[in-house]
Design a protein. Structure first.
Lengths: 306, 919
C-alpha cells in the first residue's frame, strides 16, 4: 500500500489551521481521552501483577520462621513464641518501594501519524507512560516524571503526571533525548520515544544514568509508515523538527536503502542501551497499547529481579 | 465558407509554442509533500540517482494545446466570414422591402445588421436606404440601425426609381463607396433600371455587391369562386416545383388544402372542389409557408355568400307544400342568404330589390309593368340573376323579362288526356353550367311551358328534356342573366323541385351572380370612395389599415401602393378586395447575367460564427483539467475529491442544466401535499419565469379571496407546482400560463399531465398573447409552444366556448372570459352537436364530464392579480374596473365549473322540470 498523505501537527502550538481535524492538536480535547485510555491499559496490566511474594522490608505480615541462633533477640515475636516452646521470628513481606522515572518524548517528531497507524506516536507514548506509572504505583512503587518531579506515590498518579507533563516548559519539550537529572540511587527509568535522535548523544546520556546507578528500559515507538516506507512518486519529505526538507526524487527507489538505514539505527540504539544496562523494546502504533505496556512492565521486572 | 481571422497577426503567437514546450518540459509539477519524522535517517542515505523529473507527456500536450488555443483565440477566428463583402469605404445599404422580401425578412435584416456591424468594425460610415422610402435621403449611423430594426416589409412592391437616384447621388458624393443591395429578386418596381444605376456607379469606382436569396418567390393571383370550384393562380419566379394552397376562413382557420405544381410552366392553377357552403366560408387563400402578402389572395363579398330574394306568385300560407316558395327556400337555404320580404303594401318584386339581393327568384310571378319592371330590368342590367319559374300565371301572361318568347299554352305530358308519358331529362351539354351533373332517371316532367322555336333558341338553352325540348333557358342582359325554368318550382308540374338535382342546379345558378353582385359597394361609390377596412401587412396578415391608407374608388384596379395597401375596402359585410397581386401581373425574376455585378447569397453576409467564445471555454475547461491533474500528481487531491470537483465543474459549465432532481416519492406525501389534500386550493404551474410565477400566484390569491367572499367555497392558499415532481391529483384546477421561454415538458411529465386530465383535472392554458396574436398571421411563440406541448397530451377537440356552454352559467351569467385582454377566444372541449333540433331549444348545453382543458389567450391571472394592499398589479386592455370585475367573475365561473361540473346545466332546467312534475 502506498501512502500519499501523513498527518502531523506542531504539539507546541496547539490547534493548527489546515489540519483535517483540528481537535487532535488541542491538548484540552486530547487529554481526557488519553487519560481514559491510560486507565484502561493500566487496569489490564494490574491483572497480571501482584505482590512480590517474598519476605522483605515491609509492613504486611509474610510468615513466621523459627528463630535462628545468632539473630538479634529483638526480632523474636514473643506473642507467637509464647504459644509454644519454639521461638519464632515474624517476617514481613519484602517491600522495597522503588523510584521509577518516566520520560515521554514530546518533541514535534512524535506528533506524527500515517494512514496505516491508529494513533499519533505522541499519544501512544503518553498512554503507555501514564498506564505504566499507574500500574507501578498500584504495585507500591513510586513514580515521577524524569527531570520534572520527584517520585510520587499517589493514587491519582495518572492525573498528576499528566499535569506535570503538560506544564513542562517548551524548551524541555523540544528535546528529543531524555534530560539529565539528579536521580536517587537505584532509580529505574522508563524512556519512551521514537529515538530518531543522535545515537552518540543518547548513548552519552544513558552512560550518565548508569553512572548514577540508574537503569531501566527504552521503548521505541514507531509509526508503521516509518518502518515500511510506503511512499512512491516524486516526493519532498519535510522534517517536523524544522530541518531542511529532503527531496527524494522517486521515493519508491529509496525503500531498501531506508530499511537498511533504519535497522542500522535501531541496532545502534539497542547496543547503546545494552551497554548502559537498559532494556530496549520497540512498539508500533498500529499495535494495541496494552501489548507494549505489558511487555515494558514484564521487561522491567525481569531486568530487576531476573 | 471557411475559417478566417480578424487579427491574423496574433497567430504569430503560435511560433512561441516550441519555447513553451521547452519551458514546460523543464518545469515539472511540484512534488508531493509529506511530513516524515525520520528525515534525518534519509539524509544519511547515499545520494540517489536523481533522474530529472519530467512533466508527464499528457500534461505537456494539454498545456501546449492551451497555449495554442489562446493564440488562436487572440487571432479572433471566425467561421464562414463574408470575405467578399469586406471593405472600408462608406457603405450604402439598399434593402428591398416589398412583400417579396417578406418570406426571408429575418435573414435579410440579419444580413443588413451584419453589414452595418461590419462597417462599424472598420469604422466606415454606413447608411441605409429602404426601397419604399427612396424619396427621403438614406439614414446614417445609429439611425440606420434603428431604421433597420423598425423596418417591416410592405404589402406592395415599391418602385425603385427614386431609390436609384439616391444611390446615384450617394455614389457621386462618396468616393470609393460600397453599395450593397439586398434585393428581393423581382424585376417589378424597376429592378433592371436599378441594377443599371448600380452598374454605372460601379463604373465610377464604387464597390457593388448584391445579396439575393436563392429562394423562389411565389405569388397568388386571380382568386375565383365559380360555379364548380374555387380556384386561384400561383406564380413563381425562381426555381420552384409547386406548393400547397390553403383556404382560410375569416378567423384564419384552414378549411382545405390544395396542391399545385408548376411542372415547368410559369403559373399553375390550384382548385378547391368543395361544397359551396364551405367555399363561401373561405375568406382568403394563401400559399402555405410563404409568409408574404403576395402569396395571399383575398376573397371579398363578391366571391362569397349570395343573397337571394324569393317572390312567389301564388301560395296559401296554410298549405306550404303547395307553395313554390317552400321548395325554393328548402333548396336555397343551405348555401345562400335568403332575404325575408316584407311586402304588405308594396309590389313584392320592388320590396325584394330594396334588400339588394344577388339573385331574385320569381316563382310563377309576373313583374308588374311600370316601376317594378324598371327596377327589375335595372337589377339584371347591373349584374343580378333573375331566376324565373313557370306556372299557370306566367303561361297566361308572359312579360318582357324572359329569355325566350313563350307559347301561350302549356304542354301536358302523361296526363289523363294525353297519350304521352312524362318525359325524362336529357344529358346536360358542355356549355351549360349544369354540365357534369347527372340527370337522374326518376326526375320526370309532366307539364311545362314551351318556348317559341325562334332562331337562337338552341344557344339560349342550358337544359333539355330527353326529346330536346328546352327545360332551362337563359339570356344575358347587361351584366346579368335571366334564367327561366320551364317548369314550376313546386312539385305539381314536375318532380324536379323535390330532387337533389334541383338543389345542385340552383347552386350553380346562384354562383352566376358572384362576379357582378357588388350592389352595396356600388351604393358606396355613389357617396364617394371605399374606405380601407382591413389591410394586409407585408407578411400577409390582415390588420387595421395603416394611417397612410386612403380610400379607393370602385374602379381602382391597382397595383397597390403605400396609400392603397392591399386588403378589404368598403363597409363591413360588403367589402371589396384589393388584391396584392393584380390579375394580369407576372413575376419576372431579376437577371444580372448581362451585368457585371457580383451577387451573393443572403448567408454570405452573415459573419456567422465567432469561434472565440468556444475557444475561451475550451481554454477554461483545459485549465481546470490541468489544475486537477496537478493537484492529483502532487497528492493534494484524492481521486474521489477530483471526481466530485470535475463533476461540479461540468455542472457549472452546462449552465441551466438543473441540478439532479430527487425522484418523486410516490408512497409518502410531503407535508405540503398533506395540507393540499386537507384543504382544496387552486394551483398554478411554475414556469421558471419569476414575473409570470409571481403574477400567477398573486392572481390566484386574489381569485381565492373573491371565491371565499362570494361563494361557499373557501380555497386555501394557492400553490405553485412543478409538473415533473409534484403530485397533481390533489388540485382540481391547474392554471398554466404559457411562457415561450420555458422548456417543453418531457414525455414523462406529459404522461403525468395527460393522466391528470383523464382523471378529471382541469387545466387552464393561458397563452397570454391575445394582444399580439392575429387570426391568420404567424402563430405567436406561445401558441407554437402550446401546440408543441399539446402533442403528447391527448387533448380532445376544442371549440370556442359557445354562449350556451354551462361554463358561462356556473355562477355568474357571463358572455366570455376576459382577462388582461378582452379580445382573445376561450376554447373548451367541443360539445356534441345539438341533435334534437326539433325540440325546444335548450338554454344550456353540457357534456357529462368537465372539459379537461380550457385554453385562453387573455392572460387571466394578470387581470386577477392584486398586490397585498388590494391594488391591481397590471393595467388592463382596454381597461376599466368593469373588465377587472368580469375577469374575476370568469375566474369564479371557471372554478365553479371545475368543482360542480354540469350541475348548473340541470339547475337552469329546474323551472321546466317543476312544470312537468306539476302535470
Amino acid at each position: 500500500m502506498t501512502i500519499t498523505q501523513t498527518h502531523w501537527f506542531d504539539p507546541l502550538k496547539g490547534p493548527v489551521e489546515g489540519l483535517r481535524d483540528p481537535a487532535v492538536a488541542d491538548v484540552a480535547s486530547r487529554l481526557p481521552r488519553l487519560l481514559a485510555k491510560a486507565r484502561e491499559v493500566a487496569a489490564s496490566l494490574i491483572h497480571g501483577v501482584h505482590g512480590r511474594r517474598r519476605a522483605g522490608v515491609g509492613e504486611t505480615f509474610w510468615q513466621y520462621r523459627p528463630f535462628a541462633a545468632g539473630e538479634a533477640a529483638q526480632r523474636i515475636d514473643w506473642r507467637r513464641s509464647a504459644r509454644g516452646d519454639q521461638l519464632y521470628v515474624r517476617e514481613r513481606e519484602w517491600e522495597a518501594a522503588q523510584n521509577f522515572f518516566v520520560w515521554i518524548d514530546l518533541s514535534p517528531s512524535m506528533a506524527f501519524k500515517s494512514a496505516a497507524a491508529v494513533d499519533y506516536k505522541i499519544d501512544r507514548a503518553a498512554v503507555l507512560g501514564l498506564a505504566l506509572a499507574d500500574a507501578l504505583v498500584r504495585c507500591g512503587e513510586r513514580v515521577g516524571a524524569l527531570g520534572a518531579s520527584p517520585a510520587l506515590c499517589a493514587r491519582n498518579i495518572i492525573e498528576r503526571l499528566a499535569e506535570i507533563l503538560e506544564a513542562q516548559r517548551p524548551d524541555s519539550r523540544l528535546r528529543n533525548i531524555p534530560p539529565s537529572a539528579a536521580l536517587p540511587s537505584r532509580a529505574k527509568l522508563v524512556l519512551i520515544s521514537d529515538f530518531l535522535c543522535d545515537v552518540e548523544a543518547l548513548e552519552a546520556r544513558l552512560q550518565d544514568y548508569a553512572a548514577l546507578g540508574a537503569h531501566g528500559a527504552l521503548l521505541m515507538v514507531l509509526d508503521p509508515a516509518e518502518e515500511a516506507f510506503p511512499f512512491a512518486g516524486e516526493t519532498l519529505f519535510r522534517d517536523p523538527d524544522g530541518g531542511t526538507p529532503f527531496h527524494a526524487g522517486e521515493a519508491a527507489s529509496l525503500q531498501r536503502a531506508y530499511a537498511l538505514r533504519l535497522d542500522e539505527h535501531r541496532e545502534a540504539m539497542r547496543a547503546a542501551a545494552k551497554k548502559a544496562g537498559f532494556l530496549f523494546l520497540q512498539h508500533h502504533t498500529d499495535r494495541p497499547a496494552a501489548e507494549a505496556a505489558l511487555a515494558l512492565l514484564m521487561g522491567l521486572e525481569e531486568a530487576s529481579w531476573g | 465558407m471557411g475559417l478566417s481571422f480578424a487579427a491574423p497577426l496574433a497567430l504569430l503567437g503560435l511560433l512561441a509554442l516550441p519555447a513553451i514546450y521547452w519551458l514546460l518540459r523543464v518545469t515539472p509539477p511540484a512534488p508531493r509533500e509529506i511530513v516524515f519524522p525520520p528525515v534525518r535517517l534519509l539524509r544519511d542515505l547515499a545520494p540517489q540517482e536523481r533522474t530529472r523529473s519530467k512533466t508527464p507527456l499528457a500534461l505537456l500536450l494539454l498545456r501546449l494545446a492551451l497555449a495554442g488555443a489562446a493564440a488562436l483565440a487572440m487571432a479572433g477566428p471566425v467561421w464562414n466570414w463574408a470575405a467578399p463583402l469586406q471593405g472600408s469605404g462608406p457603405l450604402l445599404l439598399i434593402l428591398d422591402d416589398g412583400w417579396a422580401a417578406a418570406p426571408e425578412w429575418d435573414a435579410r435584416v440579419e444580413a443588413a445588421q451584419e453589414l452595418l456591424d461590419e462597417a462599424s468594425r472598420v469604422n466606415a460610415p454606413a447608411a441605409l436606404l429602404l426601397a419604399s422610402q427612396g424619396a427621403t435621403p438614406p439614414v446614417i449611423g445609429v439611425e440606420a440601425r434603428e431604421a433597420l430594426r423598425a423596418a417591416r416589409p410592405k404589402p406592395w412592391l415599391p418602385a425603385r426609381a427614386s431609390a436609384a437616384s439616391q444611390v446615384a447621388s450617394f455614389a457621386k458624393e462618396h468616393r470609393g463607396a460600397r453599395l450593397v443591395w439586398i434585393a428581393d429578386g423581382l424585376e417589378q418596381g424597376g429592378g433592371e433600371d436599378f441594377a443599371n444605376t448600380l452598374e454605372e456607379a460601379k463604373g465610377q469606382g464604387a464597390q457593388v455587391d448584391i445579396l439575393m436569396s436563392a429562394r423562389a418567390t411565389l405569388a397568388l393571383q386571380g382568386p375565383k369562386n365559380d360555379a364548380r370550384a374555387l380556384e386561384a393562380t400561383a406564380l413563381h419566379s425562381g426555381e420552384s416545383d409547386g406548393g400547397v394552397l390553403e383556404a382560410l376562413d375569416a378567423k384564419g382557420r384552414a378549411i382545405a388544402h390544395a396542391r399545385f405544381s408548376f411542372a415547368g410552366a410559369d403559373r399553375a392553377k390550384a382548385r378547391f372542389e368543395l361544397p359551396v357552403e364551405l367555399r363561401n366560408e373561405v375568406s382568403q387563400l394563401r400559399i402555405a409557408n410563404e409568409n408574404s402578402a403576395g402569396a395571399v389572395a383575398l376573397l371579398d363579398a363578391r366571391a362569397r355568400v349570395r343573397r337571394v330574394a324569393i317572390v312567389a306568385g301564388a301560395g296559401d300560407p296554410t298549405q306550404p307544400l303547395l307553395s313554390p316558395r317552400y321548395y325554393l327556400e328548402k333548396a336555397l337555404a343551405p348555401f345562400t342568404q335568403l332575404i325575408k320580404i316584407d311586402s304588405r303594401d308594396a309590389d313584392p318584386a320592388l320590396a325584394a330589390l330594396a334588400d339588394r339581393p344577388n339573385v331574385l327568384a320569381l316563382a310563377d310571378a309576373n313583374v308588374a309593368p311600370g316601376e317594378a319592371f324598371d327596377a327589375v330590368s335595372r337589377f339584371v342590367e347591373e349584374g343580378g340573376v333573375l331566376l324565373r319559374f313557370a306556372g299557370s300565371r306566367l303561361a297566361n301572361e308572359p312579360d318582357e323579362l324572359l329569355p325566350v318568347r313563350l307559347r301561350r299554352n302549356t304542354r301536358v305530358l302523361g296526363g289523363a288526356m294525353s297519350w304521352e308519358t312524362p318525359k325524362h331529362l336529357g344529358a346536360f351539354e358542355e356549355q351549360s353550367p349544369f354540365f357534369g351533373l347527372a340527370a337522374p332517371a326518376e326526375v320526370t316532367v309532366s307539364r311545362q311551358i314551351l318556348a317559341e322555336p325562334d332562331p337562337g333558341l338552341n344557344d339560349k338553352t342550358w337544359a333539355r328534356l330527353a326529346d330536346g325540348t328546352p327545360l332551362v333557358t337563359f339570356e344575358k342582359r347587361g351584366q346579368g342573366t335571366i334564367v327561366l325554368f320551364h317548369v314550376g318550382a313546386d312539385a305539381v308540374w314536375s318532380n324536379l323541385p323535390i330532387s337533389g338535382l334541383f338543389v345542385e342546379m340552383l347552386q350553380r345558378l346562384v354562383l352566376l351572380a358572384g362576379e357582378s353582385a357588388a350592389e352595396p359597394a356600388r351604393a358606396a361609390v355613389d357617396s364617394g370612395a371605399l374606405a380601407p377596412l382591413r389591410t394586409l401587412d407585408g407578411f400577409g396578415a390582415l390588420g387595421t389599415p395603416p394611417a397612410a391608407a386612403k380610400p379607393i374608388g370602385a374602379d381602382f384596379k391597382g397595383p397597390p401602393d403605400a396609400e392603397h395597401p392591399p386588403g378589404y375596402y368598403g363597409p363591413a359585410g360588403a367589402e371589396t378586395a384589393l388584391q396584392p397581386v393584380g390579375a394580369n401581373e407576372e413575376l419576372r425574376a431579376l437577371d444580372f447575367s448581362a451585368l457585371r455585378l457580383a451577387t451573393h447569397g443572403l448567408v454570405a453576409a452573415r459573419s456567422a460564427l465567432d469561434l472565440r467564445p468556444l475557444l475561451l471555454t475550451l481554454i477554461f475547461v483545459g485549465l481546470i483539467v490541468d489544475w486537477l491533474a496537478l493537484m492529483f500528481l502532487s497528492g493534494r487531491l484524492r481521486p474521489a475529491q477530483g471526481a466530485a470537483l470535475s463533476l461540479l465543474c461540468a455542472l457549472a459549465l452546462a449552465h441551466g442544466a438543473p441540478a439532479a432532481r430527487a425522484e418523486p416519492r410516490s408512497t409518502d406525501l410531503s407535508q405540503r401535499e398533506r395540507e393540499a389534500a386537507l384543504r382544496t386550493r387552486l394551483a398554478y404551474v411554475l414556469t421558471g419565469d419569476a414575473l409570470i410565477d409571481e403574477t400567477s400566484r398573486a392572481g390566484l390569491q386574489a381569485l381565492s379571496r373573491v371565491l371565499d367572499r362570494r361563494t361557499s367555497f373557501s380555497p386555501g392558499e394557492p400553490i405553485g407546482l412543478d409538473l415533473s415532481r409534484d403530485q397533481l391529483a390533489l388540485y382540481p384546477l391547474l392554471y398554466w400560463p404559457i411562457s415561450a421561454a420555458a422548456a417543453q415538458p418531457d414525455s414523462k411529465t406529459k404522461a403525468r399531465v395527460a393522466a391528470y386530465m383523464k382523471q378529471g383535472g382541469l387545466i387552464v392554458f393561458d397563452t397570454r398573447d391575445a394582444l399580439t396574436a392575429r387570426a391568420n398571421a404567424q402563430p405567436t411563440p406561445e401558441a407554437l409552444w402550446l401546440r408543441d406541448c399539446a402533442k403528447g397530451l391527448d387533448i380532445p377537440e376544442l371549440e370556442v366556448a359557445p354562449r350556451d356552454h354551462v361554463i358561462t352559467k356556473t355562477f355568474y351569467l357571463i358572455d366570455g372570459f376576459v382577462g388582461r385582454y378582452a379580445n382573445g377566444d376561450t376554447y373548451v372541449e367541443a360539445l356534441p352537436k345539438d341533435d334534437d333540433a326539433g325540440g325546444a331549444p335548450r338554454p344550456v348545453r353540457a357534456t357529462d364530464n368537465v372539459s379537461p382543458v380550457v385554453v385562453t389567450s387573455n392572460d387571466l391571472a394578470s387581470a386577477w392579480a392584486e398586490d397585498k394592499d388590494g391594488r391591481p398589479m397590471r393595467p388592463l386592455t382596454p381597461g376599466g374596473a368593469r373588465q377587472r370585475e368580469m375577469a374575476l367573475r370568469g375566474g369564479v365561473n371557471l372554478v365553479m365549473y371545475t368543482l360542480t361540473g354540469n350541475y348548473k346545466s340541470d339547475q337552469v332546467h329546474v323551472r321546466d322540470l317543476l312544470q312537468r312534475l306539476g302535470q
